[in-house]
Write a protein of this length. Structure first.
Length: 318
């Protein structure tokens, strides 16, 4: 789909009191734009995943039975919330792999989402971890959100880490798609998608924008509008990256380490134009498939996505 670059009024941008980059484990002090107050956060300071805050499968139905049953994660009617992969990915999301090892490890103030070569089938060789927020978000004329997370991406061929927003459950338990906003897609195939590149994008299927196509309202110096890639001067793998997004009912602005990547105009509606269910925040580690695995998958090196924290702030606009 061809994209338009349209100059629109964009949400306010991030300011940071401090940045934590490179291999340092010191935490960044995030200062959101004026008027935002904390809504929820997870600093991963315990020794296990906070299951009052997170689910470990996608919101769609299908997939294997949950290993840790949780009615809140299943949605109204209890028949959703079990999907364990998308498209042609080679991983299946689990809490524990077949050897009994946890795929969500909380230690030293971080969450580590593992991917292990322990799957039963050749087409699904890996078992991996993901988290999906129970808290749901949807900006309106009355409120907007500021999302911040600090992640360390795996530097392993075929890995596909992501931070994104997707529809939660409606009152009838049905999940809408689109809408979807991708704050970071870090597919690493080593050729078209290198270690200094990540993708950002909004999925448009008609009424999410006025033009029916993706609309950029402001573009940072490192963003390529043809392929939706943020291209850094050095590797984005094995280093801490601060990912922030200000989300209003008109669209979203995304920054990395305090530098604007891109702003896009976007309405949180389904393909028919109806208001979609509120969004859930997802952080996941996928493996392989036609994108990340285009040139093979390194199935010998340890593969993990580290998450230092997730923080969400809210602003009342009236």
């Amino acid at each position: 789909m061809r994209s338009h670059v349209i100059k629109l009024r964009s949400p306010a941008l991030l300011t940071l009191a401090a940045l934590a980059c490179g291999a340092s484990s010191a935490r960044a002090e995030v200062t959101p734009p004026a008027g935002y107050t904390p809504l929820f956060s997870d600093e991963f300071n315990g020794d296990s995943l906070d299951r009052a805050a997170w689910c470990t499968r996608l919101a769609f139905g299908g997939g294997a039975k949950l290993q840790v049953e949780d009615a809140e994660c299943r949605g109204p009617g209890g028949y959703q919330g079990t999907a364990d992969f998308l498209r042609d990915e080679q991983q299946r999301y689990r809490d524990y792999n077949r050897g009994g090892d946890p795929l969500h490890e909380v230690a030293d103030g971080h969450l580590r989402l593992h991917a292990t070569k322990s799957g039963r089938d050749d087409y699904a060789k890996f078992e991996a971890g993901m988290i999906r927020s129970k808290r749901e978000l949807k900006p309106s004329a009355d409120e907007s959100y500021f999302i911040a997370t600090r992640v360390r991406l795996p530097n392993v061929l075929g890995s596909f880490a992501a931070v994104w927003l997707a529809s939660g459950f409606g009152s009838d338990g049905k999940v809408a798609w689109p809408p979807e906003l991708d704050l970071l897609e870090a597919a690493l195939n080593g050729k078209e998608d290198k270690d200094n590149m990540v993708r950002i994008g909004a999925h448009v299927d008609g009424p999410q924008t006025k033009s029916g196509e993706e609309e950029f309202s402001e573009v940072g110096p490192r963003f390529d509008t043809k392929w939706n890639n943020y291209i850094a001067q050095s590797s984005l793998r094995d280093v801490w990256i601060e990912v922030t997004a200000e989300w209003t009912e008109d669209g979203m602005c995304i920054s990395y380490d305090g530098e604007l990547a891109v702003c896009e105009r976007y309405r949180w509606v389904d393909p028919s134009g109806k208001n979609a269910p509120a969004a859930q925040l997802i952080l996941n580690l996928a493996v392989g498939g036609a994108w990340a695995g285009r040139h093979g998958v390194d199935d010998e090196s340890p593969m993990a996505l580290d998450v230092d924290y997730v923080r969400v702030f809210k602003k009342s606009l009236r």
